[in-house]
Structures are given as C-alpha cells and as structure tokens.
Write a new protein. Structure first.
Length: 264
C-alpha cells in the first residue's frame, strides 16, 4: 500500500486517473473513501490524489502529534513532493476545505485552484454565534466522552451528527459513509500538542488562484462559504438546492459537474 512518511506519521494515499493533479482532502473524521462516488466523473480529467489525513483512515495518528490545518497542509506539500507534482488543484470538504485554503495561503505558487465544499476560510468571528461555534462546543463534548469513556463513545456521538441527516438512505451512500469513517480513533480530540494557527483573514487577501465555494442550501456552514466568497475577489459561489453538508455523497454528479465547469 502507498504511504508517505511525514513528520512522525505515515500518510496513506491513493491515485487514479490522468491529467493535472487534483488533491482531494476529506472532512473531519473521514478518509479518502468520501470521494468514491465522484471518482468516475473526475478521473478522465484529473490525476486524483486522495490521502487520508493524519489520524484518519489508514494513516497513522497518536495523541502526541499535532492536529492542525497547518500540520495537514505540510503533509500535503510533502505528498506532492513525493509524487513529483510541483503544483495541484485542491478539493476539500468541510475541515478539508479549511485545510485546502490554509495550503493555498502558505503555498500560493503550488496551488492551481481551490474548491471548498461545505466550509471555508476565512470564517466569521465574533458577533452572533455561528454554526462553527456550536460545532466546536459539540466537538468539545465529544472530547469529554473520549476522555471519560474511550474513543468508541466519541465515535458513537459523532455518528449521530445532524450534519449526516441529509444523506439519502440508499445502500450505496450509506456503505460509502461507513467506509469513509473507518480508521478514525479520535486521537485529534485527545492530543496534548498545541495546534498552530495562521491569520486567515490576512491570508485570504493574498490568494490569487481561482477559488470556488460550494455548499448545499441546507448546509449550516453555507454562511461561512458566503462570508469567504465576499472576501476573496473573483471567487465563485455555487449553492446546490435540497442538499445539506455531505454533498459528495448526496449529489456527487452535481458536485463533479460544478467542479468541471469551474476548471474548464
């Protein structure tokens, strides 16, 4: 199996297709299988690079390593080096979208484009509570469950998330969701290593590559996508009707079509 040694972790990845590289970054707790239903639409056009970020899927983790968008962006840079790619298009979902934006801020010359699904950087701060503040509090409760009752208790709580509620109850989507959640052990919730952060408001002002924000109209994070869209000149915003947060599973063909149109 293909692995990359990166900063005390082993990053698992898969590649497929042909064309310019498209680095596909899954959301929190999820692994590379999140993109399974989109592969057939994208691999004729791109070389798909699908990693499991640290602490998910087949990649290694642990409670003594850093979990941050900065650390994940560093892993992705090393992965591109490992594969011999000077630059790539980036596609990220949820937390992976935020990692994609941080990568673009840290490595502008290596970023051909960014497509953010269901989340964004920069994001609103202060004022009325946003869904992210609610999600952060919910993640804090999951961490408490993990500390008190073990990782399995946290995983049970995560599996009941309302963000998953819009997924159509078909055999294919449910199977892919289960596969995409395999390997997560809640180590990021229990890590004792401080997470590095960057000023994403300042970073956004320096982005020059094409950027698209895409979200379901019922996604609680749509507000974040609108906020970031307003702050990145020339960016595109696509809202999918009757969809929620998990659009790579809810509407894979529509997401792929929007991406192909964006990068045409």
């Amino acid at each position: 199996m293909p692995y990359l040694e990166s900063d005390r972790v082993r990053i698992y990845y898969e590649t497929a297709g042909q064309g310019p590289p498209l680095l596909c970054i899954p959301g929190w707790t999820l692994n590379h299988r999140l993109w399974d239903l989109m592969v057939a639409f994208l691999e004729p056009h791109f070389t798909l690079v699908r990693p499991d970020v640290r602490g998910t899927g087949k990649s290694t983790g642990g409670r003594d390593i850093e979990y941050s968008r900065v650390a994940e962006a560093e892993d992705l840079g090393r992965l591109l080096d490992h594969l011999g790619f000077a630059s790539a298009h980036l596609l990220g979902h949820s937390k992976g979208a935020r990692t994609a934006m941080v990568f673009a801020m840290l490595h502008p010359k290596r970023t051909l484009s960014v497509t953010c699904i269901g989340s964004a950087e920069p994001h609103p701060a202060g004022g009325e509570p946003t869904f992210r503040s609610i999600a952060r509090a919910w993640a804090g409760r999951a961490r408490e469950r993990a500390l008190q009752d073990g990782p399995e208790a946290a995983l049970e709580m995560l599996g009941s998330a309302k963000l998953l509620g819009k997924i159509k109850a078909s055999a294919s989507t449910i199977r892919v969701l289960h596969l995409a959640m395999e390997g997560y052990a809640a180590d990021d919730l229990l890590s004792t290593v401080p997470a590095r952060r960057i000023d994403t408001e300042a970073g956004a002002r320096g982005i020059r590559c094409p950027v698209m924000f895409l979200a379901g109209e019922e996604d609680p994070f749509l507000t974040e996508c609108r906020y970031a869209h307003d702050r990145i000149q020339g960016s595109r915003l696509v809202v999918l009707p009757a969809c929620g947060h998990m659009v790579p599973l809810e509407a894979p063909e529509k997401v792929a079509a929007a991406l192909l149109d964006f990068l045409a």
